[in-house]
Design a protein around this ligand. Sequence first.
Ligand code: AMP
Length: 376
Amino acid sequence: MTTQFTDLDLRPELVQAVAALGYTEPTPIQAALIPVMLTGVDVIGQAQTGTGKTAAFALPIIQNLQPGERHVQALVLCPTRELALQVAGAITEYGNVQNVRVLAVYGGQPYGPQISRLNRGVDVVVGTPGRLMDLIERNAINIHHVKTVVLDEADEMLSMGFVEDIETILAETPVERQTALFSATLPTPIRRLADKYMRQPQSIQVQREQVTVAAIEQRYYLVNQADKLVALTRLFEVEALTSALIFVRTRVGTGELANELSRRGFPAESLNGDLTQEARERTLNRFRQNQVKVLVATDVAARGLDIDDISHVFNYDLPDDPEIYIHRIGRTGRAGKTGIAMSRSSASRWRNPPCRPRKISRPAAKTNCSKTSKSG
Ligand code: AMP
């Protein structure tokens, strides 16, 4: 028998809140983690974006909140502003019934509004380590009474050099807090951090096969390297494309492909690490508002993108790691919408294309392998 949200010790109003969002049953990480986290123990969740991990930690946080307290009660640390905004949005949505006060804090924004919101009272703060450090140094935030700290995408935060900030922030919180750490991988520095700051954490791992990829139609096309661009523009002509995210390997490649597409009558913009925060934000807003339909990005630049209704994901350059493939295509088929993921491969590159029956569990993925072979 499958686990239901009603089996997870959640209060009825939270069960109703997720039902209202169309979640019919918990994802594996939610089923495993929610009851454990509700007991207040420390947890390590090995799970990636797309597994439903946000609700897995957000629902217990909301359930354990005392409404109307003066102090910040839960703190979520995220590597990027996009992820912080996405997580804050999700917690707001899940906690709507309880009027949970959520604030996202991140760099590149004026301090004033964030500080005045903090002064008015916030239950959950979701932020990047850098901005949180600044707010602590300015005495603008008091985290001495938080009950739960979540380290989301801990491996990303560490690889971005945030380890010292994280340690300083943790040291500002009560020793008896609950700590939940989420990470796709658990390299030595993460284990060291867990050993130092967590108390007998329970580990919960989502099997690789259990990565949730909502109804996504996957296809691959075999084409010669020289024909890639033509093949892509042909697909643009025949597909009912409302918004597309194209993944390429390099920063330079994003600009080159966006220019080529624009020249061919498909206005496209690039998203890469060379852009200033403002330029990046502008591009993302244009994409969100559908003023630009095609975004060409690297994996790093696309990390934490909170865009729910991308109709198509194109793997213009294939990733080497199957997990990155899953992560990329998970950007379509979100929020209950269907999506189409297309990959380009030369015959020699991929003997086992990704849409070969690879077990993708709940919700059942529609795997539709069509193949156009030009390369012979
Ligand atoms: P996350 O891994 O937290 O980024 O979640 C990935 C996506 O899955 C988000 O768009 C969520 O709204 C959605 N989601 C989370 N939990 C469920 C669930 N139990 N059923 C269906 N969709 C879900």
